[in-house]
Design a protein around this ligand. Structure first.
Ligand code: NAD
Length: 350
C-alpha cells in the first residue's frame, strides 16, 4: 500500500509532536517539516527528519498529500489557504482560526480545491474527558443537572505570542477551545439555551488569562467551563452532579464516584458551621452512600490521524472533526467573548 506522505508546517512546541503521531499510522509517513526558525530546523534534522528549505519547496513537493499546520494562531488562515490552494489536504492546529469569518473562508477554499480540511481537536481523546463522558452516557448518576470542567494553573499566560491579542492569544483561544469542544461532544444533540461568560485579566491586560462560562443546555443541564492561571490551589478538573450521585476527577487521572444508596435515610450527625450547627450540610453517614472507582475507558488519539488518512484515501466519507463542528465551536467562542464584553446572557446561540 502506498503511504500518504505528510509534512508539518511550524516545528515548535506542538509541531515537534506531530511527526510522532504521523509515524504511528501505517497509512502515513513523515515527508518533512518546515519552520521559519533555523534553530527548530536544526532540531528536526538532528532527529533525522527532512527539512524543506522553504514553504514554497514544501508546497511544490508533488509527493506530499497532507500538511499539518502547527504555527501560531493568527497565521493559520493564510497558511492553511496557501496549502489548500497548492492541492494539499490540511490538518490545522486549534484554534483553527481567529473567528467565524476566517473559518468560513478556509472551508470555502477547501471545497473549491476539493481537499480534506480539519482541525486537531485532540482533547476529544483525553482519558479524563472520556471517563466523564462514559459516566454521563451510561446514566450512572441518574439525571445529571450540572457538569463542571475546569483547568487551573498558577503561571499566568505563557509569555510568547499567547499573550498577544493580534496573535490570537488568551486562554479562551488556547484551552477554552478544547474544553468547549469536549462539552459539545458530551452534550450530543442537545441545544444550547443560554451562555454567560466572564473573562479575567489578572496578569494580562491585552487578552484573557482565564474565564468562567455557564452554559444552559436542553434537558436542564448546566455546564460550567473554567480556566484560571492565577490559581495556587486547584479545584477538581471535573465535577458532575446527578440526582443519585456525584462524580469527581481531582486531576487528569484520579477521582471517584459517590452514589446515594439510601436516599430516604437522611438523618445526620450535625456538624459545627462556624457559629452554628447544621444537619443540612453535614456529610452523609457511610451506611447511606457507596463509593465506586471511575470506569475504565479505551481511547486512542491515533483514531484522529487514522480517520484523516481514511478520508484522503476515500475509504471513509466522514471526518471525525467536521466543518459543522468547527464552525459551531468558533461561533460559541465568539458568543463567549460577546457575553463577557457586554456582560449579558446570550440566548440566541441556536
Ligand atoms: P510555538 O511558538 O512553540 O511554535 C510555533 C512554531 O511555528 C515556531 O517554531 C515558529 O517559528 C513557527 N512559525 C511561525 N510562523 C511560521 C511560518 N509562517 N512558517 C513556518 N513556521 C512558522 O507554538 P506551539 O505551542 O507549538 O503552538 C502552535 C499551534 O499549536 C498553535 O495554534 C497552538 O494553539 C497549537 N497547540 C495545540 C495543542 C493541542 O493540544 N492541540 C497544544 C499546544 C499548541
Amino acid at each position: 500500500m502506498k503511504k500518504i506522505r505528510a509534512a508539518v508546517l511550524g516545528y515548535g512546541g506542538m509541531g515537534f509532536y506531530h511527526p510522532d503521531c504521523i509515524d504511528e499510522i501505517d497509512m502515513l509517513e513523515v515527508a518533512g517539516v518546515y519552520d521559519i526558525r533555523q534553530s527548530r530546523m536544526d532540531i528536526a534534522r538532528e532527529k533525522g527528519i527532512y527539512t524543506y528549505s522553504s514553504l514554497e519547496e514544501m508546497l511544490a513537493d508533488p509527493t506530499l498529500e497532507l500538511i499539518t499546520v502547527a504555527t501560531p494562531n493568527h497565521t493559520h488562515k493564510d497558511l492553511c489557504i496557501q496549502c489548500m490552494r497548492a492541492g494539499k489536504n490540511v490538518i490545522c492546529e486549534k484554534p483553527v482560526a481567529l473567528n467565524v469569518q476566517e473559518l468560513e473562508e478556509m472551508i470555502a477554499v477547501s471545497k473549491e480545491c476539493g481537499v480534506v480540511f480539519t482541525v486537531h481537536q485532540n482533547r476529544r481523546w483525553d482519558r479524563d474527558f472520556n471517563i466523564m463522558k462514559k459516566i454521563f452516557d451510561d446514566n450512572t448518576l441518574g439525571r445529571v443537572f450540572r457538569i463542571e470542567s475546569r483547568v487551573h494553573g498558577s503561571r499566568g499566560v505563557p509569555g510568547d505570542w499567547r499573550n498577544r491579542k493580534e496573535c490570537g492569544g488568551g486562554m479562551m483561544m488556547d484551552w477554552g477551545i478544547h474544553m468547549l469542544d469536549q462539552m459539545f461532544k458530551m452534550m450530543g444533540d442537545r441545544k444550547v439555551k443560554s451562555i454567560y461568560a466572564r473573562m479575567t485579566n489578572i496578569t494580562n491586560e491585552e487578552c484573557d488569562d482565564g474565564f468562567k462560562v455557564i452554559v444552559e443546555f436542553e434537558d436542564d443541564i448546566e455546564f460550567h467551563l473554567e480556566v484560571g492561571t492565577s490559581n495556587f490551589v486547584n479545584l477538581p478538573r471535573w465535577y458532575m452532579l446527578g440526582e443519585n450521585g456525584t462524580a469527581v476527577m481531582n486531576n487528569w487521572t484520579e477521582g471517584k464516584i459517590v452514589m446515594v444508596s439510601d436516599w430516604e435515610n437522611r438523618d445526620a450527625v450535625p456538624v459545627q458551621a462556624s457559629a452554628g450547627w447544621t444537619k443540612t450540610m453535614a456529610p452523609r453517614t457511610n451506611d447511606t452512600i457507596q463509593e465506586y472507582p471511575l470506569p475504565e475507558v479505551n481511547v486512542t488519539l491515533r483514531d484522529f490521524y487514522h480517520n484523516v488518512a481514511l478520508v484522503i484515501k476515500g475509504e471513509a466519507t466522514t471526518l471525525l472533526v467536521t466543518h459543522e463542528q468547527m464552525l459551531r465551536d468558533m461561533r460559541f467562542m465568539e458568543a463567549c467573548f460577546r457575553s463577557a464584553a457586554e456582560n449579558r446572557v446570550i440566548t440566541d446561540f441556536e
